[in-house]
Every structure is written in C-alpha cells, then in structure tokens.
Design a protein around this ligand. Sequence first.
Ligand code: DGL
Length: 261
Amino acid sequence: MNNHPIGIFDSGVGGLSVWRELVKVLPGESMIYLADSANCPYGPRSHDEIKQLSSINVDFLLELEAKMIVVACNTATAAAIDFLREKYDIPFIGMEPAVKPAALNSETGHIGVLATAGTFDGRLYKETSKKFASGVHVHTQIGHGLVELVEKGNYESPETYTMLEKYLNPMLREKADHIVLGCTHYPFLIPAIKKIIGKKAVIIDPSPAVARRTADQLKTFELNAVKTHKAKYTFYSTGDLIPLQNLLNDICDFNVEVRAR
Ligand code: DGL
C-alpha cells in the first residue's frame, strides 16, 4: 500500500499547479493526475453536480490504487470534500482558501480574492473569511472566463490581459495589498497578473501550503513510500489531451505522457 500513488484531480489542467509543488515536497512518491477537462469548468455547476463528478474522479483514481487523494481544485473542495470524506475510507486533502495569510499580513486592511462562483458559495470559504478576515475588507471577484483561457493555454493573450485588468484593477483601486488566488488554474496566470499589479500587491498561491499539508498527512497515516521506491507520474484527461500535454511540457524538465481516461 505505501508504494501506491497519491491520486490528484482537478476540473482540468489547473491542478498541475498543486502537482508541481507536491513533487518538490514529496520527490519519493508516485502520483496519478486526472484532469476532468471534458466537464470543465466546474465553477458554474451546482454543488450536487460537482459531488457526482468528483465521485467519478475518485472511483477512477481508486481503481488505479491511489492511497490518498488531493482534491487540487478549490471548487470541488468547496462543493464535495465533506461528501467525499464521508463516502470513502481514505484520506483526502483539499484546497484551503488562503485568506488567513493575506489578512494577517495586510498593511492597508484590504485584500482581494479571485475565485470561482462555486468556491465563494462554499462553507469553507465563508468560515475561513469569518474566522481570519473579520478585521479586513475582503474584495471578492469571480474570475469568469479565466479557467477557460488557461485550459486553452492562453496565459498571456490580449483577451487574458483585458479580463485580468477588469478583475484586478477595482481591487487595486480599493488599495488591496494581497491578492489571493482561489482557483488552482490561476497560478499559471501569475506572469500576466504580476505585469498588471506591479509592486502594489502580493500574490498568494496556496499550493505550497497544500503540498506541505499532504506531506504531514502521509506521515500521520504512515503512508509514505519506502526509501527505495522510484516515483512514477501518470497523467490522464477526460477531454482533449493536448492542453494537458502542452502545459506539462512547459513545466516539466522530463518527458511525460498523457493518457485518455
Ligand atoms: N481549478 C479549479 C478550481 O480550483 C477550477 C474550477 C472550474 O473548473 O471552474 O477552482
């Protein structure tokens, strides 16, 4: 069991922003990544629909003997993590809305959060904001259309800049000094976001913290692979394989092959 892979899923290619952090923190672990690109985006779907899709993703990862599952999608975490934990008898790690570090470090008392509608609707986001951000002004914005642009590989197209400016400029006008990326697709837009916000705000990506939490949980459940295990990475997509392959080619310095689910 210990040498079995960690399963990771997202509505599409975005969860690779979490996978790349997991590889840094857990280089000895095998991983299977599933992009549900055929059903992307999850953001506008109902929580019931997302629970159903997440269940299908988990069943597939379990068929491939996943020992633990990282829900590398804020929207699926918001809609389905409680349901998944109840339904399946393995550990799940979800995405934490990173409002806490932004609120704690804000000097202006204003922070911005960019996420999907499904994430803002979730219990986790509401609870975290209430608990950690009650002393600051939180400027929320749904990133309509951004997930689709990342799925197409349009990280820095003119359309991407137009959309990002529309979403970020009002936050900057309100003096937000931290921008929380509440969707795992958005870290691939960081170069464009940086060009827009300059030094006015700090970008907060929760992926490194989620990777550290996964490492802690592996230890807690005594599920770490043995020292001699050679890590293997396998990637599946329910939709078009090309976006996943292209993004992997961009972020990996080794060859990886993408398979159809
Ligand atoms: N990567 C997903 C997230 O973190 C995108 C959601 C979507 O497909 O709309 O929320």
